[in-house]
Design a protein around this ligand. Structure first.
Ligand SMILES: [Zn+2]
Length: 374
């Protein structure tokens, strides 16, 4: 049975011991070291990037302009570039972004995939063979409801995610969200990023989560918390456009927060960087414990499995990341200072990925050119 040893996160804190898995599920979490451990270090559940637009990775130029000019549909820069890009270029860019996620300890992601059915196909092509879990949310190719297109998207995806309530003509989003509900799939939406939006109208769509909520009032945040709808925050993306999410205020409102890296053309999809930045931004408005930030970077997996403990316990999916970081109970603080070079191993659903630079423990091997599953 594959095992890792060190200090592992059991949901309450870090404790010394060993975690082992079989058939993609954790079957052992106990005290003591394993002599045959694949890696040793600080062990956490694999990070989960709760909000990405991986297709944007195809945009490589320096970005200038407002949020509207860069990302708003249908005429923002990213949409113009994506419309013109060759399929192979988009696939290669997304695969590169996925490799970055693995290299920074991420075992899963939730993507807002633009470009209709074809957009979904390109993402699946990019993901082929990588030990990386994904919740893939498609989007109609235009800003209008078309029942047949929605049905086709739902057959090919985990659900549908759209830009924002104000972008859509009256009534269309309600029809779309109702179709998603009937199909028992995920509906998600950005909310109150550029401007404050009507939270009641947005919550009526039964979203699985909202993204941003930077312009939300205290009452909006409380209504969202009461509705049990989590919010994904993307502090680096907000900061790029001169916005600051008030994380302590969001937590005071009782919201469940998750971390995402948003547009891959604006931020490299590293949850480690997002965690560090989120911690700093939180301190600008008060204080948040390091432990809370780390949990924000783990909770995204609940989109796929609402009962996930987001901890290393027997019965949980075998998603792990092992870091070469100072061990001990202060693991949360260590993780906020972690970089890609501290990573020793990522496991997603029991599939192991090692960084190409990791020293080979037992046998010689050539450095692989790209991430590979074993
Ligand atoms: Zn976004």
């Amino acid at each position: 049975m594959p095992r890792v040893s060190g200090w592992y996160y059991d949901g309450r804190g870090f404790r010394p011991g060993t975690v082992g898995w079989e058939d993609g599920v954790i079957v052992e979490a106990r005290e003591g070291r394993a002599r045959d451990a694949l890696a040793r270090g600080l062990v956490i559940p694999g990070l989960w990037n709760a909000h990405t637009h991986l297709g944007d990775a195809v945009v490589t130029q320096e970005l200038r302009g407002t949020l509207e000019e860069l990302v708003a549909p249908p005429h923002g820069l990213k949409h113009r570039v994506l419309a013109k890009a060759k399929d192979e270029a988009v696939i290669a860019a997304m695969r590169r972004a996925m490799a970055t996620m693995l290299r920074t300890g991420t075992a899963g992601f939730s993507d807002f995939r633009e470009g209709g059915l074809k957009g979904l196909r390109l993402l699946y092509a990019a993901q082929t063979g990588l030990p990386l879990d994904g919740v893939v949310l498609g989007r109609p190719s235009g800003l209008a409801y078309d029942a047949r297109e929605v049905a086709a998207l739902l057959r090919a995806s985990d659900g549908i995610a759209v830009s924002s309530y104000v972008d859509w003509p009256g009534g269309d989003l309600e029809k779309l969200a109702a179709d998603v509900r009937r199909a028992r799939k995920v509906f998600a939406i950005h909310c109150s990023e550029r401007i404050r939006e009507d939270i009641d109208k947005v919550l009526d769509l039964s979203p699985a989560f909202l993204v941003h909520m930077v312009q939300a009032t205290d009452a909006d945040l409380e209504r969202t918390a009461d509705a049990g709808v989590p919010v994904v925050v993307c502090p680096r993306s907000n900061a790029f456009f001169g916005l600051t999410p008030d994380l302590p205020r969001m937590l005071r409102a009782g919201l469940e927060l998750r971390l995402g890296t948003d547009n891959a053309m604006i931020n490299v999809p590293s949850v480690l960087r997002e965690m560090e930045f989120a911690y700093r931004v939180a301190r600008m408005n008060g204080e948040v414990r390091a432990r809370e930030i780390v949990q924000m970077a783990l909770r995204g997996r609940r989109l796929k499995d609402p009962d996930a403990a987001c901890a290393l316990r027997v019965g949980e999916r075998a998603d792990l990341a092992v870091f070469d970081l100072p061990a001990g109970p202060s693991g949360f603080a260590s993780l906020l200072r972690a970089t890609a070079s501290d990573l020793r191993l990522v496991v997603s659903g029991g599939r192991v990925w090692e960084p190409p630079s990791a020293p080979a423990p037992s046998r010689r091997r050539r450095a692989p050119r790209e991430p590979r599953a074993r």
